[in-house]
Design a protein around this ligand. Structure first.
Ligand SMILES: [Zn+2]
Length: 540
């Protein structure tokens, strides 16, 4: 047979932003072997893509799938959206390295995200061993790894303490970053709203990113503030990229959070453009929803999040500490993103809990919970939720305005990322964010077809060639002969997200085929059991 698959009768959108053209694609040994107006050769399989768009597989530039992989490698929710490559190790998080003797501490940290993670074994220590471990597993989609600053700080730096690192700690952290970059990481990420990462100074990050810069790696950041301080926070990432000499910085899930700050995207988009004009490469990613997702504990003032989980939990049980927290929320603390004041308890919806007593309020906001559970105030519900669930409470938080969402979406420096994770559709716990299932089809259905904000070609560029270019991947992200055959075939008239905040575990419609490394993984909209995904190493 000349080819493994030939895709016939489709409209090819190459991912570069060019208009579609008519052509046929021959796939052989995982690669796009031929593109031509007509391919007459023998083939094992023909896909008739009549009426369909054929485009590059989507690269989810910001994903937390690494938390799910130890439990399930199916990645069904993102694969069925067309995601063929997933970038993990975001927001300063990640699953490696885990030096010897630090396993228990590591499990406590990830246990706050998902208690199931504490029951598993992690048979690796270094970042290299972590990548090799993942390579041996059966992955549905390709994986790209970053090292998270939160991890590096915990194992080699000042951990939960609010102080600068000593010179010895700086050296140790740099060693861990160097080891990850040597192993094939694409860069380092930070999450500067999360404790203890939020205690770091700009200069300390610059020093650490200099190591990433030596390797021509990238710096991705959940910036320090997305509301009141969003412009200062964007100035900070620009400064970090500029002073470290790093080749590129990415603003994670760019948004304007908090109704009083809506409209600030005019300024932030300008800042990004101007940085690029003077030769500092700054890009951003975004998911198309008006709620974020985070953990409830991160709404506490920074001082209340010092130390380890036990310290924090014991401290918030004390009435005098609760009073101090309430006062600080009311008057605010300079530089701190104050969700309870800016968004309000009525906009904070519980997505997951671990204590059975609270399972009946999943999906409700904290004000509703106060009513249902009969507490005296939202504050009482807030503290009791954290205490009963030992801080393991995930929330979605309604904070964004449509005008900002649209303005950011239109920026040519913006690309698409889920900030979600690939999970099985039969996932039973919690009410996670619909972005896990709907990000890409929502852009293609709502913002392209229904609202005509973007053309199909513009939108697909933001999902494929642009993130590939950001990562330096020369052999993915474009429909081009010689590239890996990562492809999506979808119906432009039907493609749409079905997941909502109320019913988040709904697969999209109108995406019949997804192909990873030349292997069909989604057929007639359903994921099969094939796992052709590879670990991708930073190109050198
Ligand atoms: Zn984040």
């Amino acid at each position: 047979m000349d080819y493994d698959i030939i895709i016939k009768n489709g409209r090819i959108i190459d991912g570069a932003g060019n208009p579609w053209y008519s052509g046929e694609i021959g796939i052989k040994d995982g690669k796009i072997a031929k593109i031509s107006p007509e391919i007459k050769n023998d083939t094992k399989k023909v896909i008739n893509a009549k009426g369909m768009i054929v485009c590059p597989g989507f690269i989810d530039i910001h994903s937390h799938t690494d938390y799910i992989l130890p439990v399930s490698r199916s990645q069904e929710s993102t694969l069925c959206q067309g995601v063929t490559t997933t970038v993990v190790g975001m927001c300063g998080d990640g699953m490696a390295p885990i030096p010897e003797g630090k396993e228990e501490e590591f499990k406590k940290v990830v246990g706050r995200i998902d208690p199931a993670l504490t029951l598993l074994e992690y048979p690796y220590h270094t970042f290299k061993e972590y990548l090799e471990f993942n390579e041996k597993k059966r992955n549905s989609a390709n994986l790209v790894f970053f090292i998270g600053y939160g991890n590096v700080r915990r194992i080699g730096g000042q951990g939960g303490e609010d102080r600068p690192a000593t010179p010895e700690e700086m050296d140790t952290m740099k060693e861990y970053i160097r080891e990850a970059m040597d192993a094939g990481a694409f860069g380092m990420s930070t999450g500067l709203i999360y404790a203890p990462q939020l205690f770091v100074s700009t200069n300390e990050i610059i020093e650490l990113v200099k190591v990433v810069a030596e390797y021509k790696g990238l710096y991705f950041s959940h910036i320090r503030g997305e509301g009141e301080n969003v412009t200062e926070s964007i100035k900070e990432i620009i400064e970090i990229v500029e002073k470290s000499g790093c080749i590129g910085g990415q603003i994670a899930h760019h948004k304007i959070a908090g109704e009083k700050y809506w409209g600030k995207s005019k300024e932030t988009i300008q800042l990004i453009s101007k940085a690029n004009d003077r030769g500092i490469s700054i890009t951003c990613d975004q998911y198309p929803y008006n709620r974020g997702m985070t953990d409830l504990m991160s709404a506490l003032p920074p001082w209340a999040r010092k130390g380890n989980n036990n310290n924090i939990l014991e401290s918030i049980k004390k009435p005098e500490i609760q009073d101090r927290i309430k006062k600080d929320v009311e008057k605010g603390i300079k530089g701190w993103e104050n969700w309870i004041r800016d968004e309000g308890m009525e906009n904070m919806f519980v997505a997951s809990v671990v204590n059975d007593y609270w399972k009946d309020i999943i999906g409700k906001n904290i004000s509703e919970i106060t009513q249902i559970k009969g507490y005296n105030s939202d504050w009482d519900s807030y503290f009791q939720l954290l205490i009963d669930n030992e801080l393991s409470v995930q929330i979605t938080i309604r904070s964004m305005g449509e005008e900002d969402i649209r303005r950011i979406l239109l920026s040519r420096y913006q690309m698409i990322g889920t900030d979600g994770a690939g999970i099985p559709a039969a996932f039973s716990s919690g009410a996670f964010h619909p972005r896990f299932f709907g990000t890409y089809p929502r852009i293609l259905g709502k913002y392209v077809r229904e609202e005509k904000l973007l053309t199909l070609e513009q939108a697909i560029r933001k999902m494929s060639s642009f993130p590939a270019q950001r990562l330096g991947l020369q052999d993915r992200g474009l429909v081009k002969e010689g590239n890996w055959a990562d492809l999506v075939i979808f119906d432009p008239e039907l493609v749409i997200d079905k997941a909502t905040f109320e019913q988040p575990y709904q697969l999209p419609e109108g995406i019949p085929y997804v192909i990873v490394n030349g292997v069909i993984v989604v057929e007639r909209g359903k994921k099969n059991k094939k796992s052709p995904g590879k670990v991708i190493f930073r190109p050198t």
